[in-house]
Design a protein around this ligand. Structure first.
Ligand SMILES: Cc1ncc(COP(=O)(O)O)c(C=O)c1O
Length: 372
């Protein structure tokens, strides 16, 4: 087995043989363990806690690995994710999202907040009031963190507005625990450094704003895999990386990971070759989502120096370089996802092995499709 990551993936695929029915996400769990350990060690070396985002793996077993490695709790994106990880025993959950307690959510937030340490994102006075109403007599058991926009222009208030919103939460009886931000504008080539700097400035201003209202933030929470290595400013108490657990082609492309730190690939099979400049594999948008663009393609096929140039729902077009090797129908092919999170959410189970392909377990994607 050679050291090049895609040759390692090919080796694993050969070793697993007919145990794998394609398309399937194959996880190299020893790579995942190293990714978890490395992030934890980095954070601890800088005095930061880690609260990994489960959106990448949606797996209770991998969430446990993160907690066992020293994570202080888990970050979730939806209430149903929170319920699944709470039921599995995680007792410190941050819903880093400006949740609106509509429908069944009001009662579910209340019941979750009284049985676990739950902290939810807020970024409007209306949501603060709605959450307080949902919690009724139990308002003090719901923690809130004010979401700050540090430049991504997604959700989040301006840093200077954070204190007033935290004070409103306190007046409504909720427990204002601090602030969080997601530097989403750091997710492309050359951008992580500037986004991390924006993040630190915004969090400093927001923390000061809370203090002006007499609230000491115990949580000052920063994102994300691309900015993690630069999220070392003193104001930050914790980081919330998600993708680092598996990594992907985009992470490598923007410098957030090394190729050998990719811990998940998709096993596919060539199912059609009609002599076009492409062959077709059995993974389309249903498996991979449409992550990429026409220039970069929608998934990498490194063993053939190729990429997926087009995806239909169940068909992936592997654009073959001129004069390159042409895989026959029936050949298994490694696809390295551009963005790993939607890939995981496409499947009911992860096929878990190691770099040598010496074992195979099937782990459920416990929170697959849990959006509300
Ligand atoms: C609020 C929030 N926190 C943390 C993350 C984790 O970011 P990444 O997957 O880049 O590590 C995300 C990703 O979308 C997010 O939206």
């Amino acid at each position: 087995m050679s050291g090049a990551p895609h040759e390692r993936f090919e080796h694993v695929l050969r070793a697993l043989g007919d145990q794998v029915s394609t398309p399937a996400p194959i996880v190299l769990i020893d790579v995942v363990e190293e990714n978890i350990r490395r992030m934890q060690a980095f954070a601890e070396a800088h005095g930061k806690a880690v609260r990994p985002h489960v959106k990448t793996h949606k797996s209770v077993a991998i969430g446990r690995m993160q907690l066992d490695a020293g994570a202080i709790g888990l970050t979730v994106g939806t209430l149903s994710e929170a319920e699944i990880f709470a039921d599995a025993g995680c007792d410190d959950l941050m819903l880093a999202y400006p949740i609106w307690p509509a429908g069944t959510k009001a009662e579910r937030i209340r019941s979750l907040a009284v049985r676990t340490r739950l902290t939810v994102g807020v970024e409007s006075a209306a949501a603060v009031d709605a959450l307080a109403a949902a919690m009724s007599d139990d308002a003090a058991s719901l923690g809130v963190v004010v979401e700050i926009d540090c430049g991504a222009r997604r959700s989040g208030v301006r840093p200077e507005e954070a204190g007033a919103l935290a004070a409103r939460a306190r007046e409504a009886g909720l427990d204002p625990r601090g602030i969080f931000t997601y530097p989403g504008h750091g997710g492309s080539v050359g951008k992580p450094e500037g986004a991390a700097a924006d993040q630190a400035v915004a969090l400093r201003r927001a923390a000061a704003s809370l203090r002006e209202h007499g609230i000491e933030p115990s949580i000052v929470s920063a994102g994300s895999t691309p900015t993690a290595s630069r999220s070392t400013d003193d104001v930050i108490t914790e980081i919330r990386p998600g993708e680092y657990v598996f990594n992907d082609h985009d992470g490598v492309r923007i410098g957030a990971a090394e190729p050998e730190q990719i811990g998940l690939f998709v096993a596919t099979t060539v199912i059609s070759d009609q002599g076009h400049p492409h062959v077709i594999v059995d993974a389309g948008t249903k498996a991979l989502a449409r992550e990429g663009n026409p220039d970069r393609g929608y998934g990498q096929v490194p063993s053939y120096g190729a990429h997926l140039s087009l995806l239909n729902e169940y068909h992936g077009f592997v654009a073959l370089p001129e004069g390159g090797e042409r895989p026959q129908v029936g050949t298994r092919i490694v696809v390295v996802p551009h963005h790993v999170c939607p890939v995981v959410n496409s499947f009911e189970e992860l096929l878990v092995t190691d770099r040598a392909g010496s074992r195979l377990e099937r782990w459920p994607v416990d929170a697959q499709g849990q959006l509300n």
